[in-house]
Design a protein around this ligand. Sequence first.
Ligand code: FAD
Length: 434
Amino acid sequence: MAWDFSTDPEYAELLAWADTFVREECEPLDLVVRESHDLTDPVRQALIPPLQAVVKEKGLWATHLGPELGGAGFGQVKLALLNEILGRSVCAPIVFGSQAPDSGNSEILARFGTPKLKERYLEPLLDNRIVSAFSMTEPQGGADPKIFTTSAAPAGDDWVINGEKWFTSYARMASFLIVMAVTDPDAPPYQRQTMFIVPAETPGVNVLRSVGMGYEPVGEGIEGYVSYENVRVPAENMLGPRGGAFLVAQSRLGGGRIHHAMRTVGLVGRIFDMLCERAVSRYTQGEVLANKQLVQEMVADSWMEIEAFRLLTLRTAWKIDQLHDYKAVRADISAVKAMMQKVLHDVSARALQLHGSLGTTHEMPFVHYLVESFVLGLADGPTEVHKVTLARQILKDYQPAEGLFPSSHLVKLRAAAEAKYADRLAGIPRPTVR
Ligand SMILES: Cc1cc2nc3c(=O)[nH]c(=O)nc-3n(C[C@H](O)[C@H](O)[C@H](O)COP(=O)(O)OP(=O)(O)OC[C@H]3O[C@@H](n4cnc5c(N)ncnc54)[C@H](O)[C@@H]3O)c2cc1C
């Protein structure tokens, strides 16, 4: 029976290198580079590509990919341990070639793209010579994709796309967008939509505006509100089968969710360090905060929550490696997805609180992290939906109790136990239990 929490020494050495590299080279980038995906920003271009070359040299480039696509094919547990380190920095994922949404989009292209599409888009994407976008959510609602209305109609050898999409991250910077559109409105709900790859320069692709997060200055932000107006694409730009958009989306979402969780483990670890440093640094009423029992509770609760989240994430990664089937670990992924919002929220809130007024300002990152916790509870599906998925999967294995009382009703169990031992207990005096 294998039950092991150790890391093999060779990989541990690589992780130690990555940890130092992220702390010394990537974390400072976060304070200087405005948007790590913006390939037109000369500051970004001066700082990020040289670091990407170092990562490639080290063999840690795009490790989420199999060897056939130029990745190391590490598997999810090794990936989790690396992603924990990358989660400390906003820029680290792009420095290591595993940034969202390009990582998921490259998996879609690799699985469903024609050789021509792969040559045109996949190769430069894997090399971060271009970036991409995933255009699924619509302004009227994202949690229920069955209500999407963006349509694609056949026109000769082409398809013509019309509709609006909301929160298409990096839409303005992307060279192509993967767009989900209704092609078969009369088919069963999960077979109505199809994925298309749409080159960004196609006439009719209009980024109406880029929406920013609440903590960003008005006018900044990368969440594209996109309209597709008679956008014509050739039939070969269809990704996966006609009516197969849900299948294609699932192929990226399972991996995407667990990878987010792995990075969040690293991020909450960093916030926990800030919380603890503050606890041992700040004096009030003649003693450090760390001496106050309510502060000790914050430290203890945060540690327990982070460790529980980390272990569940790693076990889920391990299960994926064992089963090679995201469907089989759906419940675990949903649990990790739901937990990630709460852990990031609670640890950030405590860290903010312990930093007092300073914690609420833009001189510390906690407001950003708090909003980020809500982002994690929305992107790739709201927390509520994941909790429902988890509960349904769990309850599938339970049967209703027979009769009026639960199967664990003590009266019933005691009677059964008495019957089981009746022969051996016969004649032994015992008090009567009713
Ligand atoms: C930072 C960020 C980046 C994103 N990037 C992308 C992207 O690149 N591409 C893309 O296509 N989308 C993207 N999204 C959109 C994301 O997928 C949606 O926000 C998400 O699917 C929820 O959709 P919605 O925002 O329209 O919320 P709604 O669908 O309006 O849901 C609102 C709320 O209703 C509640 N709710 C919904 N369903 C249920 C339910 N079944 N049970 C109980 N309560 C429920 C939840 O509280 C939910 O948060 C991004 C979102 C964020 C925040």
